[in-house]
Ligand binder design. Structure first.
Ligand SMILES: C[S@@+](CC[C@H](N)C(=O)[O-])C[C@H]1O[C@@H](n2cnc3c(N)ncnc32)[C@H](O)[C@@H]1O
Length: 274
């Protein structure tokens, strides 16, 4: 495996992937996603890169602090991204699943009003692109205009559920596994859609300080409208005193984008027009 022009022996690289995935909650993540986050970790640490590329004695390597550090850092990123896995058995009702994921459960009461308010401003889209979709596509019945629904998520488990939901309900939709953090390194191949949803995505996507990734996404995703949401509750469940995200308002002003805020009890939505 070549990383930043250095060769890390395949045995070491694939052993690392196996080791990272040995934790139950990370075991179902696609190898390619583990591999790309691990490459990021290794390429940003020159000493680690030098160590792994010059190493040969596997037993010694596995005991080393640097090897353990690689595993720890990559796991931390993956945990933040993937969150909770949802298991679905064949008899499970899709509408019950909306209750299982915190974001969609909280939104169940507001979906009709939310979509009404969004599309009152943007007009009914012919297509939607839902980034870091989670189980949100399962709210399709609340979309009056029945758009084509494209969506991506890092979790293969979620993508499997969403694709079977589309199939069962004969919805024109397509769900794909994608690591959106890869936008740091190259352009992502995303379809053009009337509106792009990023519901409660950015807080789990942006691990580094700052909001470069969010800005890149809004600039590069080929949609005219964006609906970007954030929780208005703190981790302990209390309502934030100031739920607004000043940085996104500043970004829109700087880039000359129109924005409007839609406020709900647990969630705040920025509707952005490029
Ligand atoms: C808080 S959940 C929100 C889910 C959904 N958008 C909603 O609001 O109902 C964040 C979602 O982003 C996804 N996610 C996190 N990091 C990601 C990444 N790097 N690439 C793609 N999806 C990611 C997670 O798997 C999870 O489904």
């Amino acid at each position: 495996m070549i990383i930043s022009n250095k060769n890390i022996p395949d045995k070491i690289f694939f052993d690392l992937i196996k080791n990272i995935k040995s934790k139950k909650e990370l075991s179902e993540i696609d190898d390619s996603l583990v591999s790309s986050e691990m490459e990021n970790v290794i390429s940003h640490d020159k000493k680690l890169l030098d160590f792994l590329s010059s190493a040969s004695d596997m037993k010694k390597i596995e005991k080393s602090a640097r090897y353990k550090e690689t595993i720890k850092k990559t796991r931390a990123i993956l945990r933040k991204s993937v969150g909770v896995f949802i298991r679905m058995d064949k008899t499970q009702d899709f509408s019950q699943l909306l209750q299982k994921h915190e974001s969609t459960r909280e939104r169940l009461q507001i979906y009709p009003e939310l979509y009404k308010r969004i599309f009152h401003i943007t007009g009914n889209p012919k297509s939607i692109l839902d980034l870091g979709c989670g189980l949100n596509p399962l709210s399709y019945k609340y979309l009056k205009a029945k758009p084509i629904y494209y969506c991506v998520d890092i979790s293969s488990n979620i993508i499997e559920i969403v694709n079977s939901f589309f199939k069962k309900n004969k919805i024109k939709g397509q769900a794909e596994i994608m690591n959106l953090r890869e936008i740091k390194n190259h352009r992502l191949n995303l379809p053009k859609a009337g509106i792009c949803f990023m519901f409660k995505l950015l807080d789990s996507l942006e691990i580094e300080k700052g909001h470069k990734l969010a800005e890149k996404l809004v600039k590069e995703v080929p949609s005219k409208w964006f609906a970007v949401s954030f929780s208005t509750n703190t981790l302990s469940g209390r309502r934030m005193n100031h739920p607004y995200r000043g940085w996104i308002e500043q970004m829109c002003r700087r880039l000359g984008y129109f924005y409007e805020i839609l406020e709900f009890e647990n969630e705040i939505f920025y509707l952005i027009q490029k």
